[in-house]
Design a protein around this ligand. Structure first.
Ligand code: UDP
Ligand code: MG
Length: 136
């Protein structure tokens, strides 16, 4: 039975800054993801705070929002079977030091904050996050 899903992916400022967006987009494609929507944007700190609201009580919240709004990002809707979980697997652990070999964060991440990519963690959040960036 097919279970086509969509998930939200972000190529974060550290990766865009290093011109890695084409290489990372290619990783998604060779791993079976279709990029159905895509845009390069530079969000404000206020928008980042809204996007990461779920983390507002965390000690890293302020840095995280300052960082996500520090430069251009590429936001994408990715589609494939089991897209949410498969993207999380492809990304690897939040901390690049703990991410498995071959994962995006292992390959490209610099540190726990500059970890190159974001991916939705559930179908429910994927819908909310896709709407956040692509609702018109
Ligand atoms: N983060 C951080 N310090 C931490 C934990 C998380 O800077 O101790 C950042 C990190 O960039 C991460 C983001 O906050 O990607 C969101 O955290 P989450 O726990 O949702 O990790 P993710 O879902 O991105 O793996
Ligand atoms: Mg998360």
């Amino acid at each position: 039975m097919s279970n086509t899903e969509q998930t939200l992916s972000i190529i974060k400022p550290d990766a865009v800054e290093r011109n890695l967006q084409d290489e990372i987009k290619n990783e998604f494609k060779i791993n079976g993801f279709e990029i159905v929507k895509e845009k390069k944007i530079h969000i404000s700190k206020q928008e980042a705070e809204k996007f990461y609201k779920v983390h507002e009580t965390k000690p890293f919240y302020n840095n995280l929002c300052a960082y996500l709004s520090s430069g251009p990002i590429v936001v994408m809707t990715l589609q494939k079977e089991n897209a949410v979980l498969d993207n999380r697997k492809l990304m690897g652990a939040t901390n690049p030091d703990q991410a498995e070999e071959g994962t995006l964060r292992k390959k490209y991440g610099i540190s726990i904050d500059k970890n190159s990519v974001h991916g939705s963690d559930s179908n429910e959040n994927a819908k909310i996050e896709i709407d956040f960036f692509f609702k018109d």
